[in-house]
Design a protein around this ligand. Sequence first.
Ligand SMILES: Cc1cc2nc3c(=O)[nH]c(=O)nc-3n(C[C@H](O)[C@H](O)[C@H](O)COP(=O)(O)O)c2cc1C
Length: 176
Amino acid sequence: MIATPQGPAAVGISGSPSPTSKSRGLVEYALARFKAEGAVTLLIDLAALPADALLGRGTSDAVAAALDAVARARIVVAGTPVYRATYSGLLKVFFDLLPQDALIGKIGVPIVTGHGAAHALAIDHGMRPLFASIGATVVAGGVYATSAQFPDGKAGPELLAAVDRAVREALSLASR
Ligand SMILES: Cc1cc2nc3c(=O)[nH]c(=O)nc-3n(C[C@H](O)[C@H](O)[C@H](O)COP(=O)(O)O)c2cc1C
């Protein structure tokens, strides 16, 4: 499997402030799939981190640990709701704290949930350049999900299959 000398091989970043976040649920599902393939995994829930440190107005051991975990990961899954047609501000401020070139040699997996299909390009116009701006290689199959793909509040089988495909692609890239 993915070899990293220290730290988790696959880190998931949740950029939703919602306590019942759909995108976080998909990130957790992706991490479970990586874990099933033998990867050590870690979820970074940005909503649980101190806002002052995320905004650069102070420092925090928890934020420093989260940045360090990303630095040592091989695969970075980033989940976010669509807010105003792109990723959340919460995800943006965390990415702004990562050093330039922080994701060189790493694989990025974008997961976005929006209410409707109109903003599906948040994957290609938002998440893909966000990842690429600091060096990540982004999987071709990013995942965009609408509210209708969560019947009874749970991700449907086609949506989970899309996450499975993204996970398989990330594992394939990581093994090269
Ligand atoms: C402030 C705000 C802005 C939103 N903007 C959009 C939008 O532009 N397009 C869209 O399809 N959904 C939009 N939504 C709906 C959320 O993207 C959608 O409910 C998403 O599934 C929430 O993901 P989460 O449960 O992970 O937080 C918005 C919701 C909020 C609260």
